[in-house]
Design a binder for this molecule. Structure first.
Ligand code: OKP
Ligand code: ZN
Length: 353
């Protein structure tokens, strides 16, 4: 399979995130992508390329998933942050005030002139620093997703969007969880727009893919599934429960499979079979896999216990659908193992595809 990597990813390099009342070094670092790329050079799965998509086409694809006012916000965010105080040029932007959703009654329909207020309006946590290069890096990541979708539309069995920063927590009009543009959703919509009737998105990151779920929640043409740490105890806490089944036309087209912190591979693997049965029943034309490697036993912020060798079996199981399959790169914070684990999964997929 061909890999598209983001040549602009190092432009996004947050310094610190807020964690329980203090600032700690960011977990989502550029070295993560570099380790995956280095492992792909050691164990090639196919060509490595940077995406070549025109800016116009890219922005059109991004706008199929994200709202215009959110994209306007992202495009000018850094300049507005610095305009608030020239000294801000030396600091990452982090929100500190949020308009809670209904039934709390704060309004999200009136766009505040104050940038700090808008920073909160378009985000849901204080762990995702926005930097001078975030918008450019995020567009580069989305371009990988779009290029990978085009590979599938051209008839390839699989493609890998090595798309940092990650995307699965980003919604139509918000960032959070280290994510700014939802790369998997952008790829999914591009597959739909390219003529594929039904697309399944199976999120295997440790954290619930809240952004992807909400984007497609009322649609029957995209089945969203996520296997993740139970939100009762795990980030993102406020979504990802088993009773979220979709709404309206999308009723029955979302499947959450939360598992308790501490879950071992045998249970995780059996749960993957439940997800794959649902993908099969949906009669998908393509599969998108937001691929997080933070299910690894050594992950510093997660709670499952998968071992490096287990990822071969994950890839093999994903290949069993027989569907054209697109992978995006999501979490995985045991940085020196993330390359091995990612390529193990992809190699497991490719050798049995
Ligand atoms: C992004 B992705 C935990 C802090 C949690 C946010 C985690 C975002 C994960 N101690 N901060 O899904 O890997
Ligand atoms: Zn994660």
């Amino acid at each position: 399979m061909k890999t598209f990597h983001n040549p602009h990813h190092t432009l996004h390099q947050g310094r610190e995130e807020m964690f329980r009342g203090r600032m700690v070094p960011c977990h989502e670092v550029p070295a993560r992508l570099d380790f995956v790329l280095a492992e792909l050079q050691r164990r090639p799965l196919g060509a490595l390329a940077t995406p070549s998509v025109s800016e116009t086409e890219l922005l059109a694809s991004i706008a199929r998933v994200h709202s215009a006012r959110y994209l306007d916000f992202l495009a000018s965010a850094w300049d507005e942050w610095v305009a608030m105080d020239p000294a801000n040029a030396q600091r990452d932007a982090l929100p500190s005030v949020w308009p809670l959703g209904n039934p709390h009654g704060f309004r999200a329909d009136v766009l505040p002139a104050n940038f700090a207020a808008r920073l909160g309006l378009f985000s849901f946590d204080s762990g995702s620093p926005l930097t001078a290069g975030t918008w450019a890096a995020a567009r580069g990541g989305a371009a990988c997703a779009l290029a990978a979708a085009r590979e599938l539309l051209a008839g390839q069995r699989s493609a890998f969007a090595l798309s940092r920063p990650p995307g699965h927590h980003a919604g139509t009009d918000f960032f959070g969880g280290y994510c700014f543009l939802n790369n998997a959703a952008i790829a999914t919509q591009a597959l739909r727009d390219g003529g594929l009737g039904r697309v399944a998105v199976l999120d295997v990151d440790y954290h619930h893919g809240n952004g992807t779920q909400t984007i497609f929640y009322e649609r029957a043409d995209v089945l969203t599934l996520s296997i993740h740490g139970d939100p009762t105890t795990e980030y993102p806490f406020f979504l990802g429960h088993a009773d979220e089944r979709g709404a309206g036309a999308g009723e029955g087209f979302n499947l959450n499979l939360p598992l308790p912190r501490g879950t071992h591979f045998a249970t995780w693997r059996a749960t993957l079979d439940r997800a794959l049965d649902a993908v099969d029943a949906f009669k998908a034309n393509a599969l998108v896999v937001p691929m997080g490697l933070d299910t690894f036993e050594g992950d510093p912020i997660s709670g499952f216990t998968l071992k490096s060798d287990d990822y071969f079996a994950v890839g093999e199981a994903l290949a069993s659908t027989g569907l054209p399959t697109l992978f995006t790169f999501e979490g995985g914070y045991a940085v020196d193992a993330v390359g091995t684990n990612a390529v193990n999964l992809l190699e497991g997929f490719q050798r049995s595809a």
